[in-house]
Ligand binder design. Structure first.
Ligand code: ZN
Length: 269
């Protein structure tokens, strides 16, 4: 995993902000076409049957025709259609996703600590059970697995930079060798030493898919998945793979990887 996750915005608890925004404040934001308010609520217009994000460029409706909803789906269940101009249903601001992004960022900054679910729950004002369930519903993995994948990525980068395996492990937040070696075979898809040489001879197959976090590239050797990356475009993903495995033979194989991709995608939904 890479850039997409590391660029997550800071915590934005849509739900909490909504309760503190008065109707008047929301109406002012709509009149000002305030893009900062996108994601905090949508407004629906009874005369047109359409709902919009606050920054929509369309003509402002009359106040008496406007109703506010916290989430696009609430406006939809009240019978409104999404505006074709501002596409409010695609906006970021789903409180669950925002919370998960905030948890990701929190974890990324504390890879050398052993974070417990109880700790995360307290930090994000949720029960550990609820937090884990929400996290898994959005990303398909648990917070612990996410932390592991971040450490693994850090470890890979350090190896690439020419650090010794021991030092790379230490700097990536792995506190013990056994913890790393129990994962490397399956997660690197090759031995650390080979990985460090840029996987000179390992043939790599890869494919693309759509995920909740954008386009995803999945790459595998015959030992297993060796890279999962997120980015805006397929081009960017291919460049990333080339950069990570400059000497490997890289072959796109949509058909051969269809089963693997489908099972990964099931976890991400
Ligand atoms: Zn609109």
């Amino acid at each position: 995993m890479n850039s997409a996750i590391l660029t997550f915005e800071s915590a934005n608890f849509g739900q909490l902000e909504m309760t503190s925004l008065t109707e008047d404040a929301r109406w002012q934001a709509v009149q000002a076409r305030d893009a900062e308010s996108d994601g905090k609520f949508v407004f629906a217009v009874s005369s047109t049957g359409v709902y919009c994000r606050p920054s929509c460029p369309s003509k402002r409706p009359r106040r008496e025709n406007v109703t506010f909803y916290r989430l696009p789906k609430e406006a939809e269940s009240a019978g409104f259609r999404a505006c074709l101009r501002c596409r409010p249903q695609a906006m970021s601001g789903n409180p669950q996703q925002e919370m998960v992004k905030a948890v990701c960022r929190y974890i990324e900054q504390r890879l050398d600590e052993s974070l417990t679910l109880a700790h995360l729950g307290k930090e994000f004002h949720q029960s550990p059970f609820h937090l884990q369930r929400t996290f898994k519903a959005v990303l398909g993995i648990t917070p612990k697995e996410y932390a592991n994948s971040c450490r693994m990525r850090g470890f890979r980068q350090k190896l690439k930079a020419g650090h010794s395996v021991t030092r790379a492990m230490h700097e990536a937040g792995y506190s013990s060798t056994s913890r790393l070696y129990s994962r490397t075979a399956s997660e690197l898809g090759m031995e650390p030493a080979k990985y460090r040489r840029g996987a000179i001879a390992a043939p790599i197959r890869y494919t693309f898919a759509d995920s909740p976090l954008g386009r995803i590239l999945i790459a595998a050797t015959n030992k297993g998945i060796c890279s999962i990356q997120f980015a805006e475009s397929d081009d960017e993903l291919e460049q990333g793979l080339k950069h990570e495995f400059p000497y490997a033979s890289r072959r796109r194989d949509d058909e051969g990887m269809a089963d693997l991709t489908a099972s990964l995608m099931r976890h991400m939904r």
